[in-house]
Unconditional design. Structure first.
Ligand code: CP
Ligand code: NVA
Length: 312
């Protein structure tokens, strides 16, 4: 849904819901909003607006960044867990979407099946944001891209390496490579690569490589994630064995470009996907990356509110 057709409601379910130009503008705006925030400027375009946040999985960063962002914008956010709502007792997602979107101005959902956010969006009167599904984590990519651009300038033409699971984060990196024109190298254990259909669709910008070392060689950004995502806890032991050769260490970063950055969406498991010392390495920018969830999502919410004028 890249084109803004008159009357068509814009959502943010994957990065592909924005055009390359919109993404560039959104990231530039995130950097601007961050600077304003640091200068102590009060900017409150959302007075009286309410964001609903449905969390079917745990969260620290996503919840806090959306809630703080809404408060800073003069609005408010409501945390909705299936345990306390009728969603947990089987009220259909379509009915929940119809009801919630009559009372809220925007909805963020973190859930399992990507199809759930699509169905919610289909029945919603207000913009819907994907706060993570099994298949995509586009809000995290906004923060990662903002962090790279802030510290290193444009990402176009750079080499980005994804080392680890071909999971939701990896899929969103594939979309980002397409939209912003960087080369994405993916090193995953056999059987844990991203979906072959997605790889075929984006073969112009994303390719599989044989090892972590092949991925790291000359890279400008190296990113990874947990070996077992939320919902895969029972695979933890098998995954620990299969992913062991893919641990990121300072030595691996030494193979990359001199100005390489290391990112991890967090939470991280020291001694598993990263060595115990990696986050203390000056090339790791994970704390800036985490902070940028706040600024990037404020830019996203402002973008969606402007792209959907007078929608309730
Ligand atoms: N990176 C991320 O989405 O963190 P949370 O799970 O804490 O929201
Ligand atoms: N891939 C991880 C990301 C957590 C922010 C998960 O889905 O659990």
């Amino acid at each position: 849904m890249q084109q803004s057709h008159a009357g068509e409601l814009r959502h943010f379910l994957t990065l592909m819901d924005v055009s390359p130009e919109e993404l560039q503008q959104l990231l530039a705006r995130a950097i601007e909003l961050k600077a304003q925030h640091y200068q102590g400027e009060h900017y409150q375009p959302f007075v009286g607006k309410v964001l609903g946040m449905i969390f079917e999985k745990s969260s620290t960063r996503t919840r806090i960044s959306f809630e703080a962002g809404m408060s800073q914008f003069g609005g408010s956010a409501i945390f909705l867990s299936p345990r306390d709502t009728q969603l947990g007792r089987g009220e259909p997602i379509e009915d929940s979407a119809r009801v919630m979107s009559r009372m809220l101005d925007m909805v963020m959902i973190r859930t399992y099946a990507h199809e759930t956010v699509e169905r919610f969006a289909q029945y919603s009167r207000v913009p819907v944001i994907n706060g993570l599904t099994d298949d995509h984590h586009p809000c995290q990519l906004l923060a990662d891209l903002q962090t790279f651009i802030e510290q290193r300038g444009p990402i176009q033409g750079k080499v980005v390496s994804w080392i680890g699971d071909g999971n939701n984060m990896c899929n969103s990196y594939i979309h980002a490579a397409h939209l912003l024109g960087f080369e994405l190298r993916i090193a995953s254990p056999y059987g844990f690569e991203p979906d072959p259909e997605l790889m075929a669709e984006f073969s112009h910008c994303a390719k599989l490589v044989k090892s972590s070392e092949d991925a790291a060689e000359g890279a400008h950004l190296i990113a990874t994630d947990v070996w077992a995502s939320m919902g895969q806890e029972n695979e933890q032991n098998t995954r620990k064995r299969r992913f062991a050769p893919y641990q990121i260490t300072p030595r691996l970063l030494d193979l990359a470009s001199d100005d390489v950055l290391f990112m991890h969406c967090l939470p991280a498991h020291r001694g598993e996907e990263i060595s115990v010392d990696l986050l203390d390495d000056s090339r790791a920018v994970v704390w800036d990356e985490a902070e940028n969830r706040l600024h990037a999502q404020k830019a996203l919410m402002e973008f969606l509110m402007q792209a959907n004028p007078n929608r309730r």
